[in-house]
Write a protein that binds this ligand. Structure first.
Ligand SMILES: [Zn+2]
Length: 196
């Protein structure tokens, strides 16, 4: 990592405490104030007239940097004639892209760098709004490690209004990886059931 504000790491226990408390507070507040609608952090526009998102809008972060979007971008690059070991892994999956990137495949590395740059761009906006001290990256992209996190952090430094937002910030892959969202939904369902 280059000199300057770092994307720090935190201990697992601290990470769990931070993410659990923050998410519980957020969900409680949203349920009361926003008629049960959750924050849709993946549905922010990061590329005007960009790829079509599953929600029907264009250029959303989810349409560019989710695991599905990363795989789709690689597929499109292969159709344009890009050279990659993934040419024999059709249909391309995010997991295959991550594996190929760790093996040194240049197209796969470029795909993760692209996704990381856009996540960093969006994350700068989130810091300006929420100014959190910890960010947990979940979903399929979280499995890619530093190949995604390093360009993410560089992009974040580039887009953030002032480096002070990064002074105490930690960025960490979700401990439960791709299952984090599913397990969170299960925990929330159990909590709601216990209140009925
Ligand atoms: Zn969307």
């Amino acid at each position: 990592m280059a000199a300057g504000p770092r994307c720090n790491r935190v201990m697992a226990s601290e990470r769990a405490r931070l993410s659990g408390r923050t998410m519980k507070n957020l969900l409680t507040q949203q349920g009361r104030r926003w008629r049960g609608l959750a924050a849709e952090l993946g549905h922010v526009t990061v590329l005007h007239d960009g790829p079509l998102c599953g929600c029907g809008q264009r250029g959303h972060l989810e349409a560019i940097a989710s695991g599905t979007a990363i795989a789709r971008w690689v597929e499109e690059e292969l159709k344009r004639g890009s050279v990659s070991s993934l040419v024999n892994e059709r249909p391309v999956t995010a997991k295959a892209v991550s594996k190929a990137a760790h093996a040194g495949d240049k197209l796969a590395i470029a795909a993760l760098e692209r996704a990381g740059r856009f996540i960093g761009q969006a994350l700068a906006d989130y810091l300006h709004i929420f100014n959190p001290t910890a960010v947990i990256i979940g979903g399929g992209v979280s499995l890619s490690g530093n190949l995604l996190l390093d360009p993410l952090c560089e992009s974040l430094k580039k887009h953030v209004l002032t480096r002070h937002y990064l002074d105490r910030l930690t960025i960490e892959p979700a401990a439960l990886g791709d299952d984090a969202g599913l397990m969170g939904a299960l925990a929330l369902a159990r909590e709601i059931e216990s209140q009925v």
